[in-house]
Design a protein around this ligand. Sequence first.
Ligand code: AVJ
Length: 322
Amino acid sequence: MNVHATTLAKAHDLDEQTSAFAGDVIGDLSQHPKRLSPKYFYDAKGSELFEAITRLPEYYPTRTELGILQERRGEISAIVRDGAALVEFGAGATTKVRLLLNGCAVGAYVPVDISGDFLTAQAEALRQDFPGLDVYPVAADFTEPFALPSAVAAMPKVGFFPGSTLGNLEPHEARAFLRCACDILGQGARMVIGVDLEKDQRVLHQAYNDAAGVTARFNLNLLDRINRELGGNFDTSEFRHQAIYNSGRHRIEMHLISTRAQQVRVLDRSFLFRPGESIHTENSYKYSLERFTALAHGAGWTRRESWTDPQRMFSVHALVAA
Ligand code: AVJ
């Protein structure tokens, strides 16, 4: 828990999760330039908005990855040994993992996600649909080390990290995450991972600036969440969504731009915003096959197989612990 969180927890009688949120928000808004972590997009409202994003015509990653998982189900399922524990990092909706669960004889499913409530609900639905499947949800921040349930200790492990959530991590953080996942999953581990690929900037721009404005609401919901949970007084009509492609860094950047000079209070702290000042809320890195191979290799994984769609918009990879 960061420096601010403990004092804030005491001062405002916050539970552990909220004080971690409070500490990060206060810390990040005190930075120059200001920022907020994309991991806090996913409260119940945010998870709902993200599901809506995945159905947008402009947002190609989810349907393209699903197409690859369906198309290549046989080859991908072969990566998942019978009786293995399938550990999903950042398990949101279970649409993708159901494709694997239908095609493989897994021993257990371990979904890991920061939003405990959403996770529990999804796990319950899975138990209904897969009666013989042991499901062990883990409410944790998957970017930090966490313990696997003892029930799966003896099982071979296969990691599942779809959706290019890897793209939210800075390259050095992505390497650290893959290294950590390798340690958590253990000797002989395997990983099935989805990675969004570099492409025409216009396609990327549209995917994060959809005509219906759902991505803008998803981005602004972060300020609403601070108001809801931390007693903030952000006027979201005075901030506008911005998503740009930074070709030098191979990433989409999402920002919230202050439309005027304003002062905002969060708990007992005040923050001044200049007109046009940004809060940087998310990076979404796009990889080439070469750069992803080098990243995985640097984290102790060997890229065994890769699959893309015919237009090479998105990629799914099978990694094996080196
Ligand atoms: C869930 C992180 C993969 O970066 O494309 C969607 C989140 N942000 N629209 C992505 C997101 C804006 C998404 N990931």
